[in-house]
Design a protein around this ligand. Sequence first.
Ligand code: HEM
Length: 412
Amino acid sequence: MQSTLTGGADAIVLTGWRQAREAYRSKDLRQAMYDEGAVIMKDCLLVLHGEAHRRRRRVENRLFRRETFAHWERHVLGDTLEAVLAPDVAAGRADLRALGYRAAISLTATIAGVDHDPANTEHTSRLEDVVRTFSAGATLAHSTRDPDEVRAEVRAQLEAFRSEMLSASLDRRRALLQRLADGEMAEDDLPRDVATLLLRHQQALEIPLEVVEREICFYLQAGAHSTADAYTHALDELFRRAESHPEDLARAADDLAFAQRCVHESLRLNPASPVAWREPLRTLSLRDGTVLPRGSRVVIDLATVNRDPEVWGSDAGVFDPHRAVPEGANAWGLSFGAGAHACIGAELDGGMEILDDGPPDDDHLHGTVAVMVTATLAAGGRPDPDDPPVQDPNTKRPHFSSYPIVFPEPQE
Ligand code: HEM
C-alpha cells in the first residue's frame, strides 16, 4: 500500500517545503493522481490542464467567493449542524467519524446541488454510500482491489444515484433557470450550488450532461471526505492537547477564532490527501537542482512537507495552535494545495486567513470545520473514557475506524 501511495519505486518524492510549493505552481506538471479513476473523474476540474482548466475554473470561481461563503456560514450551516447533531446529543453519545461524515455529506450536498434534507438520516446514509463508491473509483491508483470490479460498482452506483437523486435535482434547477429566463424569478433566488452554475453555463463551457454529472459527483467527494477528516483530526488534536493544556479545549468551545487556529494547525499536521501526484509534460529542474524528467511520476509528500523543520522549526511535529506562522507560509501548510489546482473550497472550510494584528472583525468567516468543532465542543462532546478511539488497521495513514464520544445529560 505504501509503495502505491508513494508512487512506486521510480517516483521522485518531494519532501521539502520549497520544492513542493514550486512543483505545485509549475505549469509544466499535470495532475496525475486520477488517471486510473477516469470512470468517475474524466474531464472533472481537478484533472483538467492548461486552458481547459482555466476556463472551467473561471466559471466555478463565481460560486466560490466570499459572498457565498458568508451566506453559507451565517445562514445554512447552523440549521444543518443542528439537524445532524441534535439526535446524537439527545442520545448522549456519537462516533466522531460517523458524525463528521454525516455533517460533511449534508453540507457538501448543498454546495454540489443535490437536494437533501439533513434531518433525513436514511437519505444521508444513502448519500454516504454513493460518495464512498465514487471515492473508491477516483482513488483506484491506491486500490488493492480488482480495478474492473471497482469500475463496475462505480457505474452501477452512478446509475442508481442518477435515478434516485441526481436527475430530479437537475430537473428542479432547469425549471428554476427557465423561470429566471422568463422573468418570473430574481437571480438572487437561484440556488447557490455547482449544479445550477454548470447548467447555466453548460453551453458556454461546451460540456455534455455526463460531465456536468461527474463534476457534481466529484464535488461531493472533494467536499465530504476532506471536511469530515479535518473535523475528526482537529477534535482529536484538541482532546490530546487537553491532557497538558485543558484551557485550550475549553477556549475552542466558545471562541470560534481560536477554534479556527486549531483547525489550521491540525490541517497542517493531518493533510486530507497526504500525497499529490504530478507528471512533467517536459523535463524541468527545480530551483534546488532536482531534475523532473518528462513523463516521470512526481509525488508531493504533503505530510512530510508540512513538517519541514527548516520552515516550521524543530517542534514542527507538535500540535500548537499558538504557533506563529512562518513568513511566506499559510497556517495550514500546503494542505489545500497551491497553484492552479489550489482547493476551491479552502475558504469555505478553513475560513478567511487569520491576521496576527488583533481580533478578527465582525465580517470574518471562520470556516465550516471550525464551526463544526465549536458546535460539538459547546454541546459538551468529549472522548468516551470507557471506549478509546481505534486506528484503522488497514492503512498506514493516521485514520480512525472509530472515535466514540459522549455528551452530557441535558440540565433540567
Ligand atoms: C478541509 C477541507 C479540504 C481540504 C484539506 C482540501 C484539500 C484540497 C487539495 C489538497 C486540493 C488540490 C489537489 C491537487 O492539487 O492535487 C483540492 C482541490 C479541490 N478542492 Fe478541496 N479540500 C477541502 C475542502 C473542499 C471543499 C469543501 C470543496 C467544495 C465543496 C472542495 C473542492 C475542491 C475542488 C473543486 C478542487 C479542485 C480545484 C482545481 O482543480 O482547480 N474542497 N482540495
